[in-house]
Design a protein around this ligand. Structure first.
Ligand code: FAD
Length: 286
């Protein structure tokens, strides 16, 4: 079944990233096998900044149907890409049996400037058009409940999102967020301007205080008072922080499910143990 067809019920997806150059490639296989026990509806594989590790995205994505028994969603970015290179990547994904692509603009890699990085494809919407024209893929795109960090206004960001969806996006995967009110308000605004595709909630497990602070600074996600209290109280005590963070994450997901969210996309960070605990405690998996 194609991924878009799965959205008749709440879709549970997991995200993995290619291992660092010094890590054994076998490690990701073990992680995939452990995550497969959670029977995700699909698994996505991130794409390295600048495409430096693009080959690994493909290598991992092609293993997913066999190792995990679910479809793979390969991430692809506009960084340094032109029509020819995108067509080549799509041909490789197709040969590898990957049928779905998360079309992203990407960020400017260190040492490069935006003009050269995005010379041929300035926005993800251009990539969506290329994938749709190529044919044979379902297409996901990113969305930002609290707006993209570079956008001038919430309204502009939403209008650009609508334009991107209208290019042929089948479903949206959100940036991480911790404030469910912000997410539900974003979904309402999106629906009001005619964005009808499923919007799946990107959930980052709260396991490490420094990591949460670094990520929220990078992407601009707000920290609600309840999470702020956990950071203040347990920030210097990793074990207690991880326990309180797990409670926070499970409560966040439970509340999203009660609110009728289309899907939960867990940024599993290649950690099968915490992903398993989260999906089991929230009743999403046995
Ligand atoms: P776009 O949709 O192109 O938007 C980028 C900015 O441009 C926004 O501010 C938007 O408002 C604005 N904009 C859009 N269209 C126009 C227009 N026509 N005119 C003017 N402004 C416009 N990065 C990676 O490198 N690899 C990954 O694997 C990866 N995975 C991700 C997965 C998810 C679920 C998410 C949410 C993000 C991921 N990213 C990844 C990060 C992403 O590449 C960055 O957030 C990037 O800055 C924006 O990508 P985008 O596809 O949302 O861009």
């Amino acid at each position: 079944m194609s991924i878009p067809a799965l959205f008749r019920q709440t879709v549970v997806s997991l995200e993995v990233f290619p291992p660092k150059p010094d890590a054994p490639v076998d490690m990701i296989h073990q992680t995939l096998v452990q995550l497969s026990h959670l029977k995700p509806d699909y698994m996505s594989v991130t794409y390295g900044a600048g495409g430096s590790r693009a080959g690994l995205t493909l290598e991992i994505a092609k293993e997913i149907p066999t190792l995990c028994g679910c479809p793979a969603l390969g991430h692809l970015t506009c960084v340094g890409a032109d029509k020819a290179s995108i067509q080549q990547s799509l041909a490789q994904f197709q040969q590898a049996g990957v049928e779905a692509i998360l079309a992203l603009r990407g960020d400017v890699p260190a040492g490069r400037d935006a003009q050269t990085a995005f010379a041929h494809m300035p926005y993800a919407s251009e990539l969506v058009k290329e994938i749709v024209a190529y044919g044979g893929f379902s297409v996901a795109a990113a969305c930002y409940p609290e707006s993209h960090y570079q956008s001038d206004s919430q309204r502009d960001d939403l209008l650009y999102l609508k334009r991107k969806v209208d290019c042929g996006v089948d479903w949206l995967v959100s940036q991480l967020f911790f404030d469910n009110d912000a997410f539900f308000s974003f979904v309402d605004r999106a629906r009001r301007i005619g964005i009808r595709v499923p919007i799946t909630a990107g959930i980052m497990p709260v396991l490490n205080a420094k990591q949460i602070l670094r990520m929220t600074t990078l992407c601009g996600a707000s920290i609600p008072a309840s999470l702020s209290r956990i950071i203040a109280r347990y920030g210097e005590d990793p074990v207690s922080f991880a326990e309180a963070g797990m409670d926070f994450c499970c409560a966040q997901i439970t509340d999203l499910l009660k609110g009728g969210v289309d899907g939960i996309h867990l940024y599993s960070m290649n950690r099968a143990k915490s992903a398993t605990a989260i999906l089991q405690r929230t009743g999403l998996r046995d």
